[in-house]
Design a protein around this ligand. Structure first.
Ligand SMILES: [Cu+2]
Length: 381
């Protein structure tokens, strides 16, 4: 009896299990768009659900009519086919009804779009520039500017150690925003097309060289929000995440003050008179972070792949080319531009490579000071 019940109804039980297992439900909902945390992102989500359910309803009606017709008008039941043509009433109905449905969808969609496309100045205005493969943020009112680089350890990427919680979603410097204020982003790019995507704010805006696109947000809930570049922009496209930290106003003010002080210190460092020893000392650290992977600690490089800097002609006798190669990189080679380093870092790492490994004795021993880099950066006419 019991066994028979299961035999006859097992498929129904199976279906019920699928539909009501909580885990499955959670997985299913994870497929949906997320709600985000701003008013706009909520509106976008509601709009998405509204349109989704309209589509479901249309699907149900259309398929019901279709399956009903297939069932009710089989050849068996209707051996003689009807021969009528045209039906004005039906044709008017199937023109007008979709038209009304489209209008009904366009009204709320346009309302939300109009709110999204607001490019009035914000309380805080930030220029966002996409680079291969990092983001630069410039706070226009406060003259703060920095790059946000991926900070995930290379060992995690190469599976040498387990992947961390925010794998490929972490940066060395977060964008800090004050809660409850209108923030306007002016989004552009320096090389190829990127796209600044922050799902929690419902912002996804193309970053195009030579154009400035705007986006805005107002976030009331402090927290850390993560997004990424979402326009295929080259080999490290997956390695330029976006991390935004929303804090209360006073914490934001403190951050601004701190950033400004750091910038002032940097400006002082740039103009001060440097001794060779100071530059070399600083440069050794910069070299260890940015150059050893290829040129090696002993400056010998790796034969056939990365040239030696110890005893190289550029390091010994060609200060101008040395600056240029760091600023511009070498097209088509692994030697990228390091123009995002500060003037002090650049000058000190160049001086370090010109002094270390006996280069000072074998070459002209000329040093590079931060002012040289400032000079190089000035537009040439
Ligand atoms: Cu990109």
């Amino acid at each position: 009896m019991m066994i028979d019940f299961f035999r006859n109804h097992s498929h129904k039980l199976f279906l019920a299990t699928i539909l009501f297992t909580n885990q499955l439900k959670a997985d299913w909902f994870a497929l949906n768009m997320t709600r985000g945390i701003t008013n706009i992102s909520n509106e976008v989500f509601e709009l998405h659900m509204l349109i989704f359910w309209i589509c479901v309803a249309i699907g149900v009606v259309v398929f019901s009519v279709m399956f009903y017709s297939m069932y009710a008008h089989t050849k068996k039941k209707n051996p003689v086919a009807a021969t009528f043509h045209e039906n004005t009433k039906v044709e008017i109905a199937w023109t007008i009804i979709p038209f009304l449905i489209l209008i009904a969808m366009a009204v709320p969609a346009s309302k939300t779009l109009v709110k999204i496309y607001d490019d009035e100045a914000g309380d805080v205005n930030i220029q966002v520039t996409g680079y291969q493969w990092k983001w630069q943020y410039r706070y226009l009112e406060d003259d703060i500017s920095f790059f946000a680089n991926l900070s995930t350890d290379l060992d995690e990427i190469y599976n040498l150690v387990p992947k961390g919680e925010n794998y490929l979603q972490e940066v060395d410097e977060m964008v800090v925003l004050p809660a409850g204020k209108k923030i306007r982003f002016l989004i552009t790019a320096n090389d190829v097309i990127h796209s600044w995507w922050m799902p929690a704010f419902a912002i996804k805006q193309d970053a195009i060289p030579g154009f400035v696109n705007t986006a805005w947000t107002k976030v009331d809930t402090p927290g850390i929000y993560r997004g990424k570049c979402t326009e295929l922009c080259g080999k490290n496209h997956g390695f330029m995440p976006i991390v935004v930290k929303v804090v209360e106003q006073d914490e934001y003010d403190a951050w601004v003050t701190e950033k400004k002080e750091a910038a002032m210190k940097m400006a002082e460092l740039t103009t001060k008179e440097w001794t060779t020893e100071e530059l070399v000392q600083r440069g050794e650290g910069v070299y260890a972070v940015n150059c050893v992977a290829c040129h090696q600690t002993n400056g010998e490089g790796i034969s056939g792949i990365f040239p030696a800097l110890a005893g190289s002609d550029i390091s010994l006798n060609n200060k101008e080319r040395h600056i240029e190669i760091l600023m511009e990189g070498v097209q088509g080679a692994a030697m990228n531009s390091f123009d995002y380093l500060s003037e002090v870092e650049l000058a000190s790492v160049i001086t370090y490579t010109r002094q270390a490994w006996g280069n000072a004795e074998d070459g002209d021993g000329e040093i590079v000071v931060p002012k040289d880099i400032v000079e190089y950066k000035k537009p040439k006419i």
